[in-house]
Design a protein around this ligand. Structure first.
Ligand code: ZN
Length: 248
């Protein structure tokens, strides 16, 4: 057991447990809650989370999006999941996504209440606060996967391409500018009017965000190296609901 895991156990059994994870021992020992995941509507438990691997977590999100695209969603009773998770949460993944109204983890990945942490900011980048949130999700609360999920037709990406200046949004878009600068070519039109350029920037932004997580979070980098988590990237298509899992 790594020292990180030891620290996590201490955190979850200390004062932080009640605040974040619910400090719940109540889920343990309830056999009907042990069989989560995939096709089941059962909420995640400490046991199902412990049994989850990073690769399985990624596959569960892939399978969930496939069910969504195929119109074969689980149609779970969310209120049953609310009742199951009210005293404790054991999510298996943390997703960094845009605020865009057309993409919802619960729907587009066919996940339920308590399955996935969600950090949302226009342009799905990371800063210190989001990195801290992801460190909590994985090192303190047990998530096995960090997925950076961009999307097509992203207004924030378009704004960064066009150097939009608007109140606090100016600073928000500055976080996306490295991706704009890192996309070569498109010399005829490097504005939001060029759909191919916009998508190239969106792709690069996911790639750079994945890299930035590894660079700027020693906690997550070490967890990935030791195999405790996986860090991956994806792109949601607002036209057809499909997620391309491109990184890795
Ligand atoms: Zn967006």
């Amino acid at each position: 057991m790594t020292s990180l895991m030891t620290r996590r156990r201490r955190f979850l059994t200390g004062a932080g447990a009640a605040l974040f994870a619910g400090g719940c021992g109540c889920a343990i020992g309830l056999p009907f809650k042990l069989a989560h995941a995939g096709e089941s509507c059962a909420a995640q438990t400490a046991e199902s989370q412990a049994a989850m691997t990073p690769a399985k977590a990624l596959q569960d999100l892939k399978d969930g999006n496939a069910r969504f695209v195929d119109g074969k969603m689980r149609n779970c009773n969310y209120m049953d999941q609310v009742k199951s998770t009210g005293t404790g949460q054991f999510p298996f993944a943390a997703i960094v996504g845009c605020i865009d109204s057309r993409e919802s983890t619960t729907t587009t990945f066919d996940q339920g209440i308590g399955d996935v942490f969600r950090a949302r900011v226009a342009g799905n980048f990371v800063n210190d606060d989001i990195l801290g949130s992801l460190e909590f999700a994985c090192a303190a609360a047990g998530a096995k996967l960090v997925l950076v999920c961009g999307h097509t037709e992203c207004g924030a990406i378009k704004g960064a391409c066009d150097d939009v200046v608007l109140g606090n949004l100016t600073q928000t878009l500055a976080n996306i500018k490295p991706a704009v600068a890192a996309v070569p070519g498109f010399d005829d039109d490097r504005t939001s009017g060029n759909a191919a350029f916009v998508q190239a920037v969106a792709d690069k932004n996911v790639e750079l965000t994945v890299a930035r997580i590894r660079e700027r979070s020693r906690v997550l980098r070490d967890m990935e190296k030791s195999g405790d988590i996986m860090i991956a990237g994806a792109m949601y298509d607002v036209h057809n609901g499909r997620v391309a899992f491109a990184w890795p």
